[in-house]
Design a protein around this ligand. Structure first.
Ligand code: URA
Length: 271
């Protein structure tokens, strides 16, 4: 990316539309300047400097530039989450957390849905457009598929009893722009809230749906490699599964998803 005047691009209509679509997929949702600005190449007088000697400089997370000034978001999140003694208090603490940039662009804070004392807790990635509008997780097309998948093994978020109920949340409570994946730094700052959420909801089993939940719960991604193998996340048995949104795009993955659902059912029946 260059600073200064952008070079004139000789684009035809179709190339320009393709370029704009690509930018939207990358998460661009607003044009602020006519020319791109390289924020890594600012004059020294404008660059953010590390805090004074002795201050802790956070380590970069997976290549994401670390914040060099201001409070450490992970430490602030951990303190706020630890102070919450029940689910409503946790929801309020997370809603009040101001250090995640996604909050500024989201319409709703999306906390959870379903049966709070259920044996199964589903952890998804982040709200999409429909969830952002409704303020509830998994209400769009992926959510409808999730409900059908759960019904096939006798579980429902509307169930009256914890035995057949599910409790559903996401790693991120705010919609990322353009439905992009949450960054490692965003996942890291929400992880203490998710850990506390699991402790307070206290399910028997967790399902980690997709890469972001596996990153938050297991410190690993590659859902296609992890799926179907029990692991431990937040002190609970956790089953990584592919996300229903992936199954909508890749229906051939439904066979493996069915195997994983049967494994979940079998483990519930054994315990
Ligand atoms: N995908 C998710 O991971 N969560 C939602 O709430 C909706 C879609």
């Amino acid at each position: 990316m260059e600073t200064g005047t952008a070079p004139a691009l000789d684009l035809d209509f179709h190339a320009a539309v393709a370029l704009m679509q690509w930018q939207m997929e990358m998460g661009v949702d607003e044009a602020i300047l006519d020319a791109p600005l390289n924020r890594y190449d600012l004059p020294e007088s404008l660059a953010v400097k590390p805090a004074a000697t002795g201050a802790r400089v956070p380590a970069p997370v997976d290549g994401v530039p670390a914040r060099t000034s201001g409070p450490d978001p992970v430490a602030v999140a951990a303190a706020a989450a630890a102070a919450a003694s029940d689910l409503p208090a946790l929801a309020e603490a997370q809603r009040a957390f101001d250090l995640c940039e996604l909050k500024k662009g989201a319409r709703s804070f999306v906390f959870a849905d379903g049966v709070a004392r259920a044996r199964v807790m589903i952890v998804g990635e982040a709200p999409g457009r429909e969830e952002d509008i409704a303020g509830r997780p998994f209400v769009g097309a992926a959510g409808e598929l999730l409900d059908r998948m759960l019904a096939a093994i006798g579980l429902s978020r509307q169930a009256p009893a914890p035995e057949s109920g599910v409790y559903i949340t996401n790693v991120m409570p705010w919609r990322p722009p353009g439905n992009r994946e949450p960054t490692p730094a965003e996942i890291a700052m929400m992880q203490p809230f998710l850990a506390r959420h699991v402790a307070l909801a206290d399910p028997d089993l967790i399902v980690l749906m997709g890469n972001a939940p596996c990153m938050a719960g297991l410190g690993q991604r590659s859902i296609l490699r992890l799926r179907g193998q029990w692991a431990t996340a937040f002190g609970k048995p956790a089953l990584p599964m592919v996300h229903p949104a992936y199954l909508l795009r890749q229906p051939q993955g439904k066979r493996d998803a069915w195997v994983d659902l049967l494994e979940l059912r079998a483990r519930l029946d054994r315990a």
